[in-house]
Ligand binder design. Structure first.
Ligand code: AMP
Ligand code: MG
Length: 414
């Protein structure tokens, strides 16, 4: 499989979270088309090529301190060294200087060190008396000089393709001389929410109606510089309408994400509709709580991810599985989610079987700095307001039925 994944394809069994992740990521083939952008325009985008430094970093020997450049060979044996100051070099100066033997040069941080000077004496260690400096400690050859290429040699690797160009990455590219950079084109993502009960916030609610929260959650989750997002709003549970929107979206998108309509009720049309328009689907029943059903599939070049309708389930399945599939489709290299070690501040009792992502609040820290977690409601898959009050999701492995107070566990912190 594309991702080097060895998991089985058991279509109708419950999959472990790891198996589902593996299967989902394997189905998400990375886009490869690129564009070349000026460096500033590439911020937040995904690097398409490995990058190597175009220059030595730093490019020339330069002073790490404000002080005086000296030639250690000029210094005899003395308890107090005294030298004339024969010139001045600031950052941005060329660094070529003819100075008499036995003299020092005033120099500033970042200024080039002339080739025959081999040490910097910090200004804090000098007394200046009538144009002469005096210092008592013998400087070591090379002291306070940053050597050319000491950080990185020209040609040395700086960044790997597939990384997101954040503040640190763009600074590294700039210092390595990249005026423009080759990035992956934006991922074309389309979203829509399914459900005849949905209304937009701000509209009055009729009987049986609820506000569409998934749409806004997805808009927020997908606000990334490497995404070109098309919001197709919400669609009623009408198979013909749904089919049309789905078909249109598959013609123009790399990835389609929907919420709702993926379980086994009569109004849950999505897997069948994707097949009817010539796509293929894979319904993954994942042994996770919340968020059992997640389906994915494809039609032509478009990858489809169908999330559950329950907002908390949609959020968790997106965080754990969907977002990882999207990352791979977009060409990002794999960065597993970082969990932090935490402890429970109260006991936990539950039914075994599914790996649980339980909303928790941090109510303090242990002496060794681990967050102490208070559990939120065990029944929460629709409770999106509760999710907004949580500090993270505690991971409870499938087989666990009971944890005592003080139990160590992993936390995905928001
Ligand atoms: P479904 O997966 O379509 O059966 O939906 C499961 C539950 O989630 C139902 O109670 C829906 O009303 C609710 N739901 C579905 N979509 C949304 C949405 N976009 N915003 C808020 N709740 C939703
Ligand atoms: Mg529905």
């Amino acid at each position: 499989m594309a991702d080097g994944c060895g998991c089985d394809r058991h279509a109708h069994m419950y999959l472990s979270v790891d198996e589902a992740l593996c299967r989902g990521r394997s189905a998400a083939d990375p886009i490869t088309e690129t564009e070349t952008l000026p460096l500033a325009a590439a911020i937040g985008r995904i690097l398409a090529r490995d990058c190597f430094s175009k220059v030595n970093m730093p490019a020339f020997d330069n002073s790490a301190m404000d002080g005086y450049a000296v030639r250690t060979a000029d210094l005899g044996d003395a308890a107090l060294f005294q030298m004339a100051v024969a010139g001045r070099i600031a950052a941005g100066d060329s660094g070529s200087h003819a100075a008499p033997v036995g003299s020092a040069l005033r120099i500033f941080t970042g200024a080039p060190v002339p080739s025959d000077y081999d040490a910097i004496v910090m200004q804090e260690d000098c007394d200046v008396v009538e144009g002469q400096i005096r210092f008592s400690r013998r400087p070591k050859p090379g002291q306070h000089i940053r050597r050319a290429g000491e950080d990185l040699h020209a040609g040395a690797p700086i960044l790997r393709r597939g990384c997101e160009i954040g503040p640190r990455e763009v600074a590294a590219l700039a210092s390595a001389g990249y005026g423009e950079v080759v990035v992956l084109r934006k991922l074309k993502v389309a979203i829509f929410s399914t459900g005849s009960e949905l209304r937009q916030p701000g509209e009055p609610l009729g009987p049986g109606q609820i506000y569409n929260s998934n749409r806004y959650m997805l808009l927020a989750l997908l606000q990334k510089p490497w995404i070109d997002l098309t919001d197709r709003g919400q669609v009623e549970d009408d198979p013909e309408l749904l089919k049309q929107v789905l078909l249109d979206a598959t013609e123009t998108s790399d990835l389609i994400i929907t919420t709702g309509g993926v379980s086994v009720g009569d109004e849950d049309h999505m897997p069948r509709l994707l097949t009817e328009i010539g796509g293929v689907t894979d319904v993954m029943k994942v042994a996770m709580k919340p968020g059992k059903p997640i389906i994915f599939g494809r039609r032509g070049r478009a990858l489809y991810i169908g999330l559950p309708g329950n907002p908390v389930s949609a959020f968790v399945t997106w965080q754990i599985i969907g977002s990882q599939m999207m990352a791979r489709r977009a060409g990002l290299h794999h960065t597993p989610q970082a969990a932090v070690q935490a402890v429970l501040s109260e006991p936990l009792y539950r039914t075994a079987g599914r790996q649980e992502y339980r909303p928790v609040q941090i109510d303090g820290y242990t002496p060794d700095g681990r967050p102490r977690l208070r559990l939120m409601e065990p029944s929460y898959s629709g409770r999106v307001a509760l999710l907004a009050q949580a500090d993270g999701l505690a991971i409870i492995p499938a087989e666990v039925t009971e944890y005592p107070e003080g139990q160590g566990l992993e936390l995905l912190q928001f």
